[in-house]
Design a protein around this ligand. Structure first.
Ligand code: MCN
Ligand code: CUN
Length: 784
C-alpha cells in the first residue's frame, strides 16, 4: 500500500510521529537523564507468601555510592507504606508485615548508578517465614485457605466481591423450559500485555519551589496526578506528570506502580532526581496481568438452534491486591456485555472476585474492561452449542445475530448498542474466505487424514467510557477536555488529555481538525502527555480516545469554525448567516468568489479588524466532552488452521478480519491496529500463559517462557470493512484499538477445535500449545 499525498482530513496518511520513531529519535522515559540523577532498584520477594521477620539494610547502606535504602518501615513513618488501588482496595508500596506474591517489592535502593543499586540489593538481608500459598482461584475460597489479606481488619477469607447482572429469575425460567441446554467450563488464562518498553519513571522534586515533576510510563497522566495529590498530600498544581513517548501500553500502564511512588519518595529523600526503570523479568512478574477468568457458561436453545438464554458464573482471580482499573460501578468491568452480538430473551451472570498469591492487576492487554473475556465466552459457547446440535457454526450465528432494524438495541443486561449491521459483516467475511468451498476442502482433507479447521468469531465491543454520570475511576468522571488554538498564520495546536502509546494520535487527531477546518494535518501539532500543558481528562484505555477525545476534538474544531464564521462575516461585511462553509473557507452564499480562507480568517482574528460587539478576537476554543453512550464497534473474524494431531502443531493458514468501527479517520492506522490485535489473538490462543506452580513461583517470568507471537506465526492478514457510523458521535467514529485482540482469540481457538471435532473434542482451554493440542486430541486434560 502506498500513500502519496497528505489528505485534507480523513484518509490514508503516514504517521507524523514516525519521522522520529524510524530514525531512533523517540524520547522515552529511559531517555530522560537529568543532571545529578540517581538510580533506584527494588529488592523483591523470592516467596509468594511469607512473613517478614526482619530486614537488615546496614551493609547495603554502607556500600559506596548508595544514597538511600528505603524499606516499608521507612514508608510507614511517611504514611506511604500502602497506597489506594483504582478499585478502592489498598496495595503495599513496600511490604511491611508480609509478602503476598513472588517478586513483590520489599526494599528500594537509591544509588549513583543502576549497577551500584543492583549490587546493594544483594547486601540486604531479609529473614522470611514462609506461609502456605494460594496460587489457584478455586482454592482461594476453600474452607481453611490461608488468608492473604490479613492486613484488612476482620478479614477471614480471600473473597473480594460478588457481582451480578441480568435477570436471573427470567434466565432460570427459560433454562428450565428450554429444549437444549449445554454447559462448559471455560478458562481465559492469565496473560500479560508485555509491550516493548517496560514501566519506569523519573521523579524530580524541587525543594525550593515544592514542584514535583514525574516523567512516567503512563496512559493516564491527569488521573495519575490527581491520585498522587490525594495520596501524598502534595498540592496538585505543584505536580507535573509528563508521559513522553510510550513504547506500548496495552493497558499495563494505566495503574500506579510502587516504582513510581518510590522514585518520588527517593527524590524527596535525596533531593536529587531519581530514575526507576524495571527489567523484563520485573515487568512480567509484578506489573498488571490480564484475564484469569474461570468461567462456567451455560446456553439454552431450541433444537433448531434458536438461542434463548445465557447464564455465566465466573471466578475472577485478582491476585494479592484488587488493583484492577475499571469504572467504579463495575467490579467485573464490562463483562456483562457477554450476550455479545445475539438476540437473546434473557441472560444473567455472577462474578466472584478472589485474592490469590499472585501479582495484582486484571484489566490490561486490550481488554476493553473485560469485554475480551465476555466475547471469548459467548463465541466459544456458540461453537459448543453448534457441536451438540451438529450445526454449522456460521449458520448458527446467522440465525441468532441481531438484525440491523433492531438498533439501537438494549441487551438483556442493559447495554444500549448504538448501531450495526451484523449479518452484512459476517456474510462479507464468509465471502472473502470462500466459506462453502473451504468446508468442501475440509471434508476432502479429512478423508486423507488431514485435520483442517475453520473458526468463526463475531464480536461486539463497547468502547468510549463514560458517560460520566455512570462511569468514574476513583470518583473522577470519565469525560475529556480538548483545547485548540489557531495561530495568526493559520497553523494550529491541539491539546488533549489522552495519550498515545503507539496508536498514532499525533496523526489521527490532526486529521480530525483538518477535516473540520480544512487546515493540512501537517500544519496541526498535537500536544499530549503533559499535565501542565493539556486539559484534564482520564486518559487512554478502553479504546476511549477516538470515542471521547476524538469527539472533543471535532467539537472544539467546530467551535473554532463558528468563531471563524463571525470573523469572516466582519471581513466580508455580510451577516454570518449569509456565509457558507466549504472545507477550508467561508464564502458568500451565491457568490463563491467572495471567500476567505481559514488562514486569512486566522490572521484577521488576530489583527485590528473590528469584530461585532461581544465577540472576542483570536481563534481558540476549549471544550469538555461527556459522551452520551459508549460506541459499539463490531466485527466478523474467520480463521483457517491446519492441525497435526500427532504432534499438536497448529499452523494458522489464513485469517479474515472484517471490522466495523464506523467512520475511519485513517484507514491505514486502523488496519495497523487490527493487525496488532490479530497477532495478539494468535499469541493468546496458541502460546501465551502466565503460569505458576503450587508454591506461587512464576513459570513464565522471561520471554523464553512467556511466548510472544512473531511474524512467523502470523499469516498475511486479509482485512475487510463495513462502515456503520455511530449515530451519537460527532464524526460517526467508533473506537478500534482493542477490537482485534477482543475478537480474534475465539476465532483461533474455534478453528483448532473445529479441526479436532472429528476426534470428538468439544472444548479445550487456551493456550493451545502443541502439547495441549496433542493432549486434547488424546482426550486427556490439558495443562494451564
Ligand atoms: N482510529 C481511526 N478511525 C476510527 C477509530 C480509530 O482512525 N474509527 C484511530 C485513532 O484515531 C487512533 C487509533 O485508531 O489513532 C486507535 O484509536 P482508538 O480505538 O480510539 O483507541 P485509543 O487511541 O484509545 O487506544 C487505546 C487502545 C487500547 S485501550 C489498547 S490496550 C491498545 C490499543 O489501543 N494499546 C496499544 N492499540 C495499541 N496500539 C499500539 N501500537 N500500542 C498500544 O499500547
Ligand atoms: Cu484493557 S487494556 Mo487498554 O484498555 O489500555
Amino acid at each position: 500500500m502506498t500513500v502519496t499525498e497528505t489528505p485534507m482530513g480523513f484518509g490514508r496518511m503516514h504517521r507524523k510521529e514516525d519521522a522520529r520513531f524510524v530514525r531512533g529519535q523517540g524520547n522515552y522515559v529511559d531517555d530522560v537523564n537529568l543532571p545529578g540523577m540517581l538510580h533506584g532498584s527494588f529488592l523483591r520477594s523470592p516467596y509468594a507468601h511469607a512473613k517478614i521477620v526482619s530486614i537488615d539494610t546496614s551493609a547495603a547502606e554502607a556500600l559506596p555510592g548508595v544514597k538511600a535504602v528505603i524499606t516499608g518501615a521507612v514508608l510507614e513513618t511517611l504514611k506511604l507504606a500502602w497506597m489506594p488501588t483504582l478499585s478502592y482496595d489498598t496495595q503495599a508500596v513496600l511490604a511491611t508485615d508480609k509478602v503476598r506474591f513472588q517478586n513483590q517489592e520489599v526494599a528500594f535502593v537509591v544509588a549513583e548508578s543502576h549497577y551500584i543499586a543492583r549490587d546493594a540489593l544483594e547486601l540486604i538481608e531479609v529473614e522470611y517465614e514462609p506461609l502456605p500459598v494460594v496460587a489457584d482461584a478455586k482454592q482461594a475460597l476453600a474452607p481453611g485457605a490461608p488468608v492473604i489479606r490479613d492486613d484488612k481488619e476482620g478479614k477471614t477469607d480471600n473473597h473480594i466481591f460478588d457481582w451480578s447482572a441480568g435477570d436471573k429469575e427470567k434466565t432460570d425460567r427459560i433454562f428450565a423450559e428450554s429444549e437444549v441446554v449445554v454447559a462448559e467450563d471455560i478458562l481465559y488464562p492469565r496473560v500479560h500485555p508485555s509491550p516493548l518498553e517496560t514501566c519506569g519513571a523519573v521523579a524530580d522534586f524541587d525543594k525550593v519551589s515544592g514542584k514535583l515533576t514525574i516523567y512516567s510510563t503512563t496512559q493516564a497522566p491527569h488521573a495519575h496526578r490527581t491520585v498522587y495529590a490525594l495520596v501524598a498530600g502534595l498540592p496538585e498544581h505543584k505536580i507535573r506528570v509528563i508521559s513522553p513517548d510510550i513504547g506500548g501500553g496495552f493497558g499495563g500502564k494505566v495503574g500506579i506502580y510502587p516504582g513510581y511512588v518510590l522514585a518520588i519518595v527517593g527524590s524527596i529523600v535525596t533531593g536529587k532526581p531519581v530514575k526507576w526503570m524495571e527489567d523484563r523479568n520485573e515487568h512480567l512478574t509484578a506489573t498488571a496481568f490480564a484475564r484469569d477468568y474461570h468461567m462456567r457458561g451455560e446456553i439454552a436453545a431450541t433444537k433448531d438452534g434458536r438461542i434463548r438464554a445465557l447464564r455465566v458464573d465466573v471466578l475472577a482471580d485478582h491476585g494479592a491486591f484488587n488493583g484492577t482499573a475499571q469504572p467504579t460501578k463495575f467490579p467485573a468491568g464490562f463483562f456483562h456485555i457477554f450476550t455479545g452480538s445475539y438476540d437473546l430473551e434473557a441472560a444473567s451472570c455472577n462474578v466472584t472476585g478472589v485474592y490469590t498469591n499472585k501479582a495484582p492487576g486484571g484489566v490490561a492487554y486490550a481488554c476493553s474492561f473485560r469485554i475480551t473475556e465476555a466475547s471469548y465466552l459467548v463465541e466459544r459457547m456458540i461453537d459448543v452449542l453448534a457441536f451438540e446440535l451438529k450445526m454449522d457454526p456460521a449458520e448458527l450465528r446467522l440465525k441468532n445475530l441481531l438484525k440491523p432494524e433492531q438498533f439501537p438495541y438494549t441487551t438483556p443486561t442493559g447495554w444500549e448498542y448504538d448501531s450495526g449491521d451484523y449479518p452484512k459483516a459476517l456474510r462479507l467475511a464468509m465471502d472473502m474466505v470462500g466459506y462453502e468451498k473451504l468446508r468442501v476442502e475440509q471434508a476432502e482433507k479429512l478423508q486423507r487424514g488431514e485435520y483442517m479447521g475453520i473458526g468463526i468469531s463475531f464480536f461486539t465491543e463497547g468502547v468510549g467510557a463514560g458517560p460520566r454520570k455512570h462511569m468514574d475511576i476513583l470518583g473522577l468522571g470519565m469525560a475529556d477536555g480538548a483545547e485548540l488554538r489557531v495561530h495568526p498564520t493559520g497553523k494550529a495546536v491541539l491539546r488533549l488529555s489522552v495519550q498515545t502509546q503507539g496508536q498514532g494520535h499525533e496523526t489521527t487527531f490532526a486529521q480530525i481538525v483538518a477535516e473540520e477546518l480544512g487546515i493540512s494535518p501537517d500544519d496541526i501539532d498535537v500536544v499530549h502527555g503533559d499535565t501542565d500543558n493539556t486539559p484534564f481528562g482520564l486518559g487512554t484505555y478502553g479504546s476511549r480516545s477516538t470515542p471521547v477525545s476524538g469527539a472533543a476534538t471535532a467539537i472544539v474544531a467546530r467551535k473554532v469554525r463558528d468563531r471563524a464564521r463571525i470573523v469572516a462575516s466582519a471581513m466580508l461585511e455580510v451577516s454570518p448567516d449569509d456565509l457558507e462553509w466549504e472545507k477550508g473557507k467561508f464564502f458568500v452564499k451565491g457568490d463563491p468568489d467572495q471567500a476567505k480562507t481559514i488562514q486569512e480568517i486566522a490572521m484577521a482574528a488576530h489583527s485590528s479588524l473590528e469584530l461585532p460587539e461581544g465577540v472576542e478576537g483570536h481563534l481558540d476554543a476549549t471544550t469538555v466532552y461527556n459522551p452520551p453512550n459508549l460506541t459499539y464497534p463490531f466485527g466478523a473474524y474467520i480463521c483457517v488452521v491446519d492441525v497435526d494431531p500427532a504432534t499438536g502443531q497448529v499452523k494458522v493458514r489464513r485469517f479474515i478480519a472484517v471490522d466495523d468501527c464506523g467512520v475511519r479517520i485513517n484507514p491505514m492506522i486502523v488496519e495497523g491496529q487490527v493487525h496488532g490485535g490479530l497477532a495478539d489473538g494468535i499469541g493468546m490462543a496458541l502460546m501465551q500463559l502466565m503460569a505458576f506452580d503450587e508454591d506461587g513461583n512464576h513459570l513464565g517470568a522471561s520471554l523464553m517462557d512467556y511466548l510472544l507471537p512473531t511474524s512467523l506465526e502470523c499469516p498475511s492478514w486479509e482485512l475487510g470493512e463495513t462502515v456503520t457510523p455511530s449515530p451519537h458521535h460527532p464524526i460517526g467514529a467508533k473506537g478500534v484499538g482493542e477490537s482485534a485482540t477482543v475478537g480474534s482469540p475465539a476465532a483461533v481457538v474455534n478453528a483448532v477445535l473445529d479441526a479436532l471435532k472429528p476426534l470428538g473434542v468439544r472444548h479445550a482451554d487456551m493456550p493451545l500449545t502443541p502439547s495441549n493440542v496433542w493432549r486434547a486430541a488424546q482426550g486427556r486434560p490439558i495443562r494451564t
